[in-house]
Design a protein around this ligand. Sequence first.
Ligand code: PFF
Length: 461
Amino acid sequence: MAELNTKPTKKREIFSTGLAVFFATLGSAVGLGNIWKFPYVVGSNGGGAFLLIYFICVIFVGIPVMVCELYIGRKTRNNAVGTFKKLKPGSAWKGIGGMGVVTAFLIMFFYSDVSGWVYSYVFKSITGQLNGVTPDIAKAVFEKTSSGLTLPILWQGIVFIVVAAILIAGVKNGIERITKTLLPILFILIIICNIRAFTLSGAGDGLKFLYSVDFTKVNGGVILAALGLAFFKLSLGMGTMITYGSYFTEDNNLLHTPLKVALSDIAVSLLAGMAIFPVVFTFKMEPSSGPGLLFTTIPLVFSKLPLGNLLLVFFFILTAIAATTAMISLVEVPVAYFSEEKGMKRTNAVIFTVIIMFVIGTLATLSVNPSSFVGNIQILGYGFFDLFDKVSSNILMPIGGLLTAIFIGYFIRKDDLKNELMNNGTLSNTVKFDLFYFIMRYISPILLIIVFLSGLGIIKL
Ligand code: PFF
């Protein structure tokens, strides 16, 4: 079979260096998930035991699927739909890319809502509105932020303006520049928060919560949670890594980058946990997850510390950075699609995409408010916020990942895949390739089918 001419017909931007590739990809992985989800899930599901299981999920599912997606993107240098059209012209495989575009929209509908709350907390912490809050005030502030009518929508709009401005600047001047500047700042801020947390009396308890190894808490449900988390954390199954892969440099090692990104992402999550839980335990609060932890407990406990108000500003800025770099990777999926498949100018594609995301995203925002009309609408038993979350995380992302692994494992010639992953013979890690190929072909799909069926409630572990 003749080698397909899969390289681009139109001039496209790519990232300029390996470091830029790394920061952009890590920027996608690091997001709200690291701050409000991962640390708590680790702590309450067996600490070190959960971490071990999470590592296994990353190695057997996360990294192999990421390698596949990056391969698809870089090989064809196209958007999530165009890649499949180039690799298998006239086939239905482009549906995977189409699903990715839809999933990016669904995730952004609710992710932008929570990011709006984070942005508003940056403002509140800087202007001193969170100084010395009591439990009741902390709760009331959060309620006003999340379930008012105008404020949450206003902040969500600001989030979209920021994301649009970055993306309009382009792949190099926007995505690359922002991630290369902001991620190091995020690391510095998180380490400052860690140093403060380590000097507290509850540091030991906080670390124990995170790291003590307890295998009695591990059951089927915990393993599934680890698998689902690995997928969401690494931004898989929805075209993001395909789209970013299409901007990778030719000499990037597609087997190493996912490993480096996955390890750095875990490091950010653990640093976040080590910044949060010592403070929570010092003030004898219950560790909780989700909105409760981020928007109520953290302002409450941080503001009790000497220099706590400054720390709070740092903490919300770093959370806003994480949310923003993840969102630009999500929005880039439809932007690349509309500009390449539908012939839109990049600026128009960005504006078009964020307007749709904003308009439908307000449904998610308003659904959190029980007194609004939208707050009372239920579809399949869920309000809009939860519906967008469940359909994307439990159904579309695992199917997207599964089909991608099957596509690469069974419908792409092994030689072509190997050649691209070995950078046309410049790399020689054949053993690593063989290991990856085996896992991706035989193990990842089975694990993904299990996650998917259990996400639908068809099997119970
Ligand atoms: N990885 C991000 C997080 O952990 O918050 C979420 C995310 C970003 C999911 C981008 C999917 C995606 F394409």
